[in-house]
Write a protein that binds this ligand. Structure first.
Ligand SMILES: [Zn+2]
Length: 163
């Protein structure tokens, strides 16, 4: 959609305003297809997308920005991916601390403690690895956001929830 610079009328598919005939050129676009003004005006919203639940800010505050929306989508996907990993990890930690640990130390009188200890170690390791990966992806997204790039994140960037 274009907006006439003279009379303010909006229109599509023409280089001339249907109301007053003024020539309206396409807004300048960066290499990646987003307009330069969109990128410049919405970098901060793009950045916020990668700070956990703050992906909601660009969705609510810059709904017309394609650039902010691209990054909000990636922030949303990253947030969901972290949740999907964190929930079973936390559940397994809880089970291990309050169920497996109790069974193995009470019922088997301690001599099989290696089982809950090993489970606890693995679960902690998965949690730390997932957290570190999430942090790396967020940093990549933030750098892209400030550089005016709309690059897909590794692994999860192809998933589109926000159109
Ligand atoms: Zn006009």
């Amino acid at each position: 959609m274009k907006t006439c610079t003279k009379c303010g009328k909006t229109f599509e598919d023409s280089n001339f305003c249907p109301a007053c005939g003024t020539e309206v050129k396409d807004a300048p676009k960066a290499e990646n297809g987003y307009t330069e003004s969109d990128i410049k005006d919405n970098k901060v919203f793009a950045f916020l997308s990668y700070l956990g639940p703050l992906f909601l800010v660009p969705i609510l505050a810059a709904p017309k920005s394609k650039y902010a929306r691209f990054h909000a989508n990636q922030g949303l996907v990253l947030f969901l991916a972290e949740l999907i990993i964190a929930l079973p990890v936390e559940l397994l930690k809880w089970l291990n601390n309050y169920v497996f640990n109790v069974i193995f130390s009470k019922v088997f009188e301690g001599w099989l403690n290696i089982v809950p200890n090993s489970i606890g170690f693995c679960v902690d390791l998965i949690g730390i690895a997932a957290g570190a990966l999430g942090l790396v992806l967020a940093v990549i997204g933030i750098i892209n956001a400030f550089q005016g790039k709309a690059n897909e994140l590794p692994f999860i960037g192809k998933i589109k929830i926000l159109k």
